[in-house]
Design a protein around this ligand. Structure first.
Ligand SMILES: [Zn+2]
Length: 242
């Protein structure tokens, strides 16, 4: 059994980017832990009446908890940074929070967005990618964030993957490209649970068309970024060869 650590920016990122993979791995007995940097307290709520950002944050945290339960995620780490302004958080602080997440939950593989910020190229996605990449390399070094060592030993995950996708067709709504795909995880059997997790994010239903078109595919795709090389150029399992 393996451990997967997921590091994303907003409640629902885990569902858009990796819900099929998470559901599949969890049901096979692997452990999945999720770090979600913001409470998603900016933006609209799909017609649900919300009177303040604080209320939206509370609602979205509850939605994330429900989606995590549906997918089989073992723990949620939610530092509650502001939605849309993640790059204004002191980078050393954000990296340190992810380093502590890695040291606590000791994932074999860490997954985050690519540096391009996923198909939406959202600035928070770009910021979390940089911070998670730095944390991947720093969490195993005892000389980094030494104050944490009272509560958790250094831990270096074996591999870092970025979420990725195939080049979009001409005329697609989102034209951003990702780093080349090196792992295609078959998830056809888990698309039902993936949609169920999406629907748990009730404030995000205005994005359902994008969700269906971009993410309800037979395989979720990733790009090898660092660590122990894959045994083949394209694999179907994030842990293959570990
Ligand atoms: Zn997001």
């Amino acid at each position: 059994m393996y451990r997967l650590g997921c590091v994303f920016a907003h409640p629902d990122d885990e569902t858009f980017a990796a819900a099929g993979t998470i559901a599949k791995l969890a049901r096979a007995g692997n452990r999945i832990d999720l770090f979600c940097a913001t409470d998603g307290d900016a933006g609209r709520a799909s017609g649900i009446l919300v009177s303040s950002r604080a209320e939206l944050a509370t609602l979205r945290r509850a939605e994330l908890t429900a989606a995590a339960t549906i997918l089989g995620i073992a723990s949620l780490s939610t530092p509650g940074h502001g939605d849309g302004v993640l790059k204004e958080v002191d980078p050393d602080r954000l990296i340190g929070e992810i380093v502590l997440f890695v040291r606590r939950y000791r994932p074999d593989v860490l997954v985050t967005f690519g540096p391009e910020g996923a198909p939406t190229q959202h600035r928070d996605h770009r910021a979390i990618s940089r911070a998670a990449t730095a944390a991947f390399f720093l969490a195993g070094l005892p000389t980094e964030y030494p104050d944490q060592l009272r509560e958790a030993e250094p831990h270096a995950p074996s591999r870092l993957y970025y979420t990725a996708w195939d080049p979009p067709a001409t005329g697609s709504e989102l034209m951003a490209e990702s780093v080349p795909v090196t792992c295609r995880v078959p998830v056809s059997q888990y698309l039902g649970v993936k949609r169920e997790a999406f629907l748990a994010h009730a404030t995000q239903r205005q994005h359902q068309r994008r969700f269906e078109e971009l993410t309800m595919l037979p395989a979720e795709r990733y790009a090898f970024a660092a660590g122990v090389p894959q045994p083949r150029s394209v694999t179907e399992d994030l842990f293959e060869g570990l």
